[in-house]
Ligand binder design. Structure first.
Ligand code: ADP
Length: 334
């Protein structure tokens, strides 16, 4: 695994489901979001109504899919899951919408990638709980109005800025997930270790919490890898020493950076004299998709004070030089 820290790589492990919290109370951290959702869910249940449509945004691996399934569970409703790229034609979307039950939670991942030809249908479905279906062609064409049950749409995206505003405004409950704090990650790491039945020392918990990019999915993956190291190289306990050795083997440094992060910083410093360099150029220079660069690598590098986004392009900060073990930026720009 060349990218142990990338939360956008899907887990192949069937245990992913075992780790997924089923109830709101098992969803650790994000207290304010949980408290509000609890109120909205309870209120809808008491009124025996379906929940308003929910919009979930935030970087990959922070719990959007998990929250969608928790919402369905807490509402006592069915869950239907799809991703926008799988919806090609109007009939793909219409087929799902007309098969929903009253209250069903319909989860559309990557909703920013919904085809514009389908957006109109979704607007009407969300607002009026019906779709207009055109039968036939030319002068003989007629429109059939098909009523839909009161479903709940949960739309998720890593790129909220790319969601058309008429779509966004039709969601009654917008939720923005942010990176988790060290305490929250530590709690998630302890929970995961206990489900996987592996002993873990407190020092190891804290080291992992600092290395997992604020992302539960990455935390879970690191716990699994450290469990492997502990089992084969250690005494079957994840200790601080196991984590340090494991991190070295996975090419993750003490700052929680992996090879691709360092390569991005090195490219800015060595190929573009510290920047500014445009995002497209930078992505090509490191052989990365622009989308991964912007959605996954950069937010963390920015949060760590290693990279800045400016109007003229990306800049490596003085701290980036230090982390790379290079002499400082001598152009006097900063
Ligand atoms: P996203 O849909 O945002 O990419 P997921 O919902 O798939 O993220 O979450 C990835 C994994 O991380 C889940 O399988 C779950 O085990 C774990 N996870 C996410 N959020 C939490 C949380 N708040 N508490 C515990 N585990 C979490």
């Amino acid at each position: 695994d060349e990218h142990p820290l990338r939360p956008d790589f899907e887990e192949q492990d069937h245990r992913e489901n075992e780790l997924r919290p089923r109830l709101l109370e098992d969803f650790l951290g994000q207290e304010q979001i949980k408290a509000n959702l609890r109120v909205f869910i309870q209120a809808a249940r008491e009124r025996q109504e379906s929940l308003d449509h929910v919009f979930l945004s935030g970087p990959p691996g922070l719990g959007k899919t998990t929250l969608a399934s928790i919402i369905a569970h807490e509402m006592g409703a069915d869950l239907r899951v799809t991703a926008a790229p799988a919806l090609e034609k109007p009939k793909d979307l219409a087929g799902i919408l007309t098969s929903l039950q009253e209250g069903t939670v319909f989860f559309i991942d990557e909703i920013h990638r919904l085809k514009s030809s389908l957006e109109e249908m979704l607007y009407v479905a969300m607002e009026d709980y019906e779709i207009d279906w055109v039968i036939g062609q030319g002068p003989s064409a007629r429109t059939l109005r098909v009523p839909l049950p009161r479903f709940t749409l949960v739309g998720a995206t890593t790129r909220p800025g790319m969601v058309a505003s008429p779509l966004y405004t039709r969601f009654g409950i917008p939720v923005r997930l942010d990176y988790y704090t060290q305490d929250e990650l530590a709690a998630i790491i302890r929970r995961t270790s206990s489900i996987l039945e592996i002993a873990i020392r407190e020092e190891a918990v804290l080291l992992l919490a600092d290395t997992c990019r604020g992302t539960p999915r990455v935390a879970n993956r690191l716990v699994r890898r450290m469990r492997d190291f502990a089992q084969i190289l250690g005494e079957g306990v994840i200790t601080g020493a196991v984590v340090r050795e494991g991190m070295e083997r996975l090419n993750i440094d003490q700052y929680g950076l992996e090879e691709q992060d360092r390569q991005i910083l090195r490219a800015i410093v060595e190929m573009y004299q510290g920047g500014p360099v445009g995002a497209e150029t930078l992505a090509i220079s490191v052989g990365e998709e622009l989308d991964s660069l912007e959605v996954f690598y950069e937010p963390f590098l920015i949060q760590q004070g290693l990279l800045q986004r400016t109007a003229r392009g990306r800049i490596a900060t003085p701290r980036a030089y230090a982390v790379l073990g290079l002499p400082g930026d001598e152009t006097g720009e900063d």
